[in-house]
Design a binder for this molecule. Structure first.
Ligand SMILES: [Zn+2]
Length: 226
């Protein structure tokens, strides 16, 4: 799945789980966690190694990382955990597969195709249709629940976390990754969906930066020497 599918899937599951559990998770954090496993793409590029779909896509690793979070935040942590594991247990499992789901116990790979079923690639019409359906449902939900206000009118510094999805997934998708050409050339409609999230995530960051610069301007003093 591309970033659009992961983010939209986590948002929808986040809305369902938070309503069921009567909790109020941070939407920017939910969306960030949904693509966080793909930080291994950035790490792999930095260290010059192919570690994609390894430890960060492991359910065991996720359980280890989330255990202290569950102890501290209890049921409030559940939507975040679901957002993180939805990335590989749903998104990547059906699309692409080849996941080290049980790392560090084993480096064996899992997925729909690994289990002997059909292979669904990122370009596959099944994947594109699914991602666009999830995206459309997300846009409707964001509008209906007015969740867009959490991005547009918010000066919450915690929203700086959105730099992660922008730099690790959205920007690479625009430039070319995982295609050999920019997403607008490869799949224009998915390019538009990516642009939606790019704008939604960039606005709070620019707002925070603008307010920080504004508030740090030296105050005009009127200390005239008499
Ligand atoms: Zn992934």
């Amino acid at each position: 799945m591309l970033a659009v599918g992961h983010i939209s899937l986590a948002y929808i599951l986040g809305k369902i789980s938070s309503k069921t559990l009567k909790v109020n998770p941070s939407i920017p954090l939910l969306m960030t966690l949904s693509i966080l496993p793909d930080i291994d793409i950035a790490i792999g590029t930095l260290i010059g190694s192919t570690i994609h779909r390894g430890p960060t896509h492991s359910i065991l690793f996720a359980l280890i990382v989330f255990t202290p979070i569950f102890i501290i935040y209890k049921k409030r942590a559940i939507p975040y955990f679901i957002a993180y594991i939805s990335h590989f247990l749903i998104g990547d499992f059906f699309v692409g597969g080849h996941l080290q789901l049980l790392w560090p116990l084993t480096t064996s790979t899992f997925g729909l195709h690994d289990a002997g079923f059909m292979y669904i690639g990122i370009n596959d019409p099944i994947n594109i249709t699914t991602e666009l359906l999830l995206f459309t449902l997300t846009v409707i939900l964001i509008a209906k629940t007015r969740d867009y206000r959490k991005f547009l009118k918010n000066n919450d510094k915690k929203n700086l976390i959105l730099i992660i999805p922008i730099t690790t997934v959205l920007l690479p998708n625009f430039i070319g990754y995982p295609f050999s050409m920019p997403i607008f050339s490869a799949l224009p409609i998915m390019g538009i969906a990516h642009l939606f999230y790019f704008i939604l995530f960039t606005i709070p960051i620019l707002t925070i930066l603008y307010n920080t610069i504004k508030n740090h301007k030296p105050k005009h003093t009127n200390n005239k020497i008499s």
